[in-house]
Design a protein around this ligand. Structure first.
Ligand code: NAD
Length: 491
């Protein structure tokens, strides 16, 4: 990617199609901006339909190669993915710096995500030769067996909030299963995806097996979702975009998996370890400046400890270090863009108009050094009711609402009163009650006395309008394989 223009230091980024770094077919580009200071850090190809056509053709050719990736011994694919994982780790500093400058996330967090992505490739490197089939005792004399086969060309459309990590969740199982991939990063965040395309070649993944097309969702993304040469589309992003992808994918009845929005509850019973809860609660929603589909953005707290919980949460939130993403000390950097900040600030105004109280935050930082960036202080709203827009809609910014409850049933009803169902936490020293609550919550990824949602080895995905399918763990391999049944007559 990195031919650096000598005068401006702006990266001249290229897409990866069929093993070659290329510009968009029509030569158009778009600016990639650092949200911490508004500077243009790269120009990336503005890919569109023609580029997607080229990528699909390259992927199909690579997939159909009788000696190619899909037909390699699974163990060889796994070893190559392990090399890819090691290369990502070796380039951790470079990738973390790219990501941090591209989306405004703190360098420490970005480093952790790059290492996390490398571990995801490692996990699926080991899974490649463990894609077992079954033998089934059918009623005819013979042997019935199943094979797990790759789908073929798969389109992977990812968002800007965790660019390299979201790419790894899709690429790693898709590649382990033998598919040829077309990765489309979000327009805000194309840079680490492009580097992944380059590093995949260096690791020995054949040309055409990992293609990267950059460009807007409405053209490049939609072309992938609609393309009849693509057998499956995996998507992470907003629920409304997911709905559009379902419509586009219908044309050739593509397989689809969707990881969509969330409005996750954080339920705190009076018998919980409130200090432990308060120490982690700010990070459960303000990490990544709240741009996290799993953000515990609705706190439901038992009325008898409501005031104490808000007090502890406020103290802990004031300690969160908001600042320059390049600084090692920073815990919360910027939002992805000034536009995203505007959207979040509109929600803060809506909350105030709805009658909720801002306990802390609600504005941009006062430090003049941060004036040019898309910063916003972590914000707690108290005196909220579940029907207010700030409690009902995904804000995707550093805003949390606090709502009191009186009974276990009420907590569960309030938490479930949302079209989303991605994640959530339950805090209580009564493990029976905590598990009862977790069982009744309509969400795919829950934690008890913890706010940790994501484990490479465990399934991740949403109930209701939060998505279709489960990523991570061995479950993800189901998203990228077809099951073939073969009966052998021994009669
Ligand atoms: P988005 O839906 O705007 O974009 C996601 C991707 O889809 C981008 O690559 C975009 O270019 C592409 N896209 C946009 N319109 C398209 C179209 N018509 N056809 C095909 N592709 C299209 O989402 P975003 O703003 O990048 O990300 C934020 C959203 O992602 C939030 O709602 C968040 O909750 C969700 N998210 C969910 C998960 C999860 O695992 N459930 C994880 C991260 C983010």
């Amino acid at each position: 990617m990195t031919t650096e223009s000598q005068t401006t230091s702006i990266l001249d980024a290229r897409m990866m199609i069929g093993g070659t770094s290329v510009a968009a077919a029509d030569g158009e580009t778009f600016d990639v901006v650092n949200p911490a200071n508004g500077s243009v850090i790269a120009r990336a190809p503005l890919g569109g339909r023609e580029d997607v056509d080229r990528a699909v053709a390259a992927a199909r050719k690579a997939f159909d190669d009788p000696k190619g990736w899909a037909n390699w011994a699974a163990g060889k694919r796994g070893r190559t993915l392990a090399k890819f994982a090691a290369l990502i780790k070796d380039h951790a500093e470079e990738l973390a710096s790219l990501e941090s400058r591209n989306v405004g996330k703190p360098i420490g967090g970005a480093r952790g995500e790059v290492i996390g992505a490398s571990l995801v490739f490692d996990y699926y490197a080991g899974a490649a030769n463990k894609l077992f089939g079954e033998t089934i005792p059918v009623s005819k004399p013979g042997i019935d067996l199943t094979l797990r086969e790759p789908i073929g060309v798969v389109g992977l459309i990812v968002p800007w909030n965790f660019p390299i990590l979201m790419a790894s969740w899709k690429l790693a199982p898709a590649l382990a299963a033998g598919n040829a991939c077309i990765l489309k990063p979000a327009s805000y965040s194309p840079l680490t995806a492009i580097r992944l395309g380059e590093l995949a070649l260096e690791a020995g993944i054949p040309a055409g097996i990992l293609n990267v097309v950059t460009g807007p969702g409405g053209t490049a993304g939609a072309s992938i979702a609609a393309h009849h040469g693509v057998g499956k589309v995996a998507f992470t992003g907003e629920t409304t975009t997911g709905q559009e992808i379902m419509r586009l994918a219908a044309g050739n009845v593509k397989k689809i998996s969707l990881e969509l929005g969330g409005k996750s509850p954080n339920i705190v019973y009076a018998d919980a370890d409130l200090e432990a809860w308060a120490a982690s609660a700010p990070y459960a929603v303000f990490d990544n400046t709240g741009q996290d589909c799993c953000a515990r953005s609705r706190i439901f707290v038992e009325r008898s400890v409501h005031e104490r919980a808000v007090e502890l949460l406020t103290v802990a939130t004031r300690r969160v270090k908001v600042g320059d993403p390049a600084s090692e000390a920073t815990e919360v950097g910027t939002l992805v863009s000034l536009r995203q900040r505007e959207r979040v600030m509109e929600y803060i105004e809506i909350g105030i108009r709805e009658g909720a109280t801002v306990v802390v935050g609600g504005d941009v930082p006062t430090d003049p050094a941060l004036a040019g960036g898309a910063y916003l202080m972590p914000t707690i709203f108290d005196h909220v009711t579940n029907d207010m827009r700030i409690a009902a809609e995904e804000i995707f910014g550093p805003v949390v609402t606090v709502i009191p409850f009186d009974t276990e049933d009420e907590a569960i009803a309030l938490a479930n009163a949302t079209p989303y169902g991605l994640s959530g936490s339950v805090w209580s020293r009564d493990i029976g009650r905590a598990l009862r609550t977790a069982k009744r919550l309509q969400a795919g990824v829950l934690s008890v006395n913890s706010n940790s949602s994501v484990h490479t080895e465990a399934p991740f995905g949403g109930y209701k309008m939060s998505g279709i399918g489960r990523e991570l763990g061995m479950h993800a391999l189901e998203l990228y394989t077809e099951v073939k049944n073969i009966f052998i007559d021994l009669g």
